[in-house]
Design a protein around this ligand. Structure first.
Ligand SMILES: [Zn+2]
Length: 149
């Protein structure tokens, strides 16, 4: 078995180029190149670097929790909102998660609808539109089955 340094592996998986990893860790370019081969990853074309999307960065910072909920291992704003920096801007994890789950940009304020503080699971995120739909459904059920006891 070929040994791969943990720090090399981490940077390869994070999408950095061989040249970048070599510069950062003071290793030869062949070291990350070999790590790619061992990990079964394609060699990047020189000079080309796939920019990580906000979604890529999101998935690198989540921690699965029981029941499909997710915690955030990344940065929090001063207001304790899970967030990340992408393209020179701060994006909240709630908004990115919402976009992943619903395939559209959220409208209004986004927050987890599961009642778990700080949950960033895409499926848990609600915006103004999904909350209005949920209220409409609640009213419909109440008309059919009577008010909740
Ligand atoms: Zn949740």
């Amino acid at each position: 078995m070929t040994y791969i340094r943990g720090d090399v592996r981490e940077l390869v998986l994070a999408g950095h180029t061989n040249a970048e990893i070599a510069r950062r860790l003071g290793v030869d370019r062949s070291t990350p190149a070999r790590a790619r081969t061992v990990l079964g990853l394609p060699q990047p074309r020189p000079g080309k670097r796939a920019a990580a999307t906000a979604e890529d960065l999101f998935w690198r910072r989540v921690r699965p929790l029981d029941g499909g909920h997710m915690g955030w291992t990344g940065y929090h704003t001063t207001g304790d909102v899970p967030a990340l920096r992408h393209g020179g801007r701060i994006h909240t994890a709630y908004r990115i998660g919402f976009r992943i789950a619903h395939g559209r940009a959220p409208e209004g304020h986004v927050r987890p609808g599961c009642g778990r503080d700080g949950c960033v699971a895409p499926a848990c995120q609600t915006d103004r539109v999904t909350r209005a739909e949920a209220r409409k459904l609640d009213r419909l059920y109440a008309q059919i089955f009577g008010p909740p006891s």
